[in-house]
Design a protein around this ligand. Structure first.
Ligand code: MN
Length: 205
């Protein structure tokens, strides 16, 4: 899913209107074709000046962000993170009315008691992001689930956490439809979560 320089903004595996009525067509279009494209272009521009980095995968660069050359580090954090996070976000949605199932659901129930409690915690975390960022469902080294938030385009990779699911709560992800009501966007987003992908990432870990 995440490869090497030169990075490409691959088409989505679904149409822009597919997330209607939860995420509107114009937001999907601008988010993918404009916002993500800019991160891809800026990342490529930076890496074009660092041939050694062109042999390192995006995931590895972000995991070892502190070891990246100083002149490229901030751009990789912002633009590389922007590519990684957006690809993860777009791959994590599908409009099929899915619910958590399988081993991931079992683990959620084991740790949170009920799905309602889990969703409540998720909403609280996603609402708590001040300014721009993401909420993530991640696995730690002991294979425990945790909900975390990251600022801007920071990723869970540098924290050595394995991401399963993310919601982008930058205003550009919802403002056209949901305006200032991020909570409504979070509720709508929950309708289009690709729980099959999250389950796959959980079971393969
Ligand atoms: Mn975004």
């Amino acid at each position: 899913m995440f490869d090497y320089f030169p990075f490409v903004n691959y088409p989505l595996p679904y149409s822009f209107e597919e997330m209607e009525p939860y995420i509107d067509i114009q937001t999907m279009y601008l988010h993918h074709n404009k916002h993500l494209q800019t991160y891809v272009d800026n990342l490529n521009r930076t890496l074009s000046e660092y041939p050694a980095l062109q042999k390192i995968s995006l995931e590895n660069m972000l995991t070892d962000i502190d070891r990246m050359p100083e002149g490229a580090r901030q751009s990789i954090r912002n633009n590389g993170g922007g590519v990684y996070n957006h690809c993860f976000y777009f791959a994590g949605i599908i409009n099929m009315g899915m619910k958590p199932f399988g081993q991931l659901e079992e683990q959620i129930l084991k740790q949170y008691g009920t799905l309602a409690v889990f969703f409540e915690q998720w909403e609280k975390a996603a609402l708590s992001v001040f300014g721009s960022g993401y909420a993530w469902l991640v696995l730690d080294a002991e294979k425990n689930l945790t909900i975390i938030t990251t600022a801007n385009q920071d990723t869970p990779l540098e924290l050595h956490l394995k991401p399963l699911l993310t919601i982008d709560v930058w205003e550009h992800a919802y403002y056209l439809k949901h305006k200032n009501l991020r909570v409504n966007y979070i509720k709508d987003w929950l309708e289009v979560v690709n729980w099959e992908r999250a389950e796959r990432l959980y079971t393969e870990s």
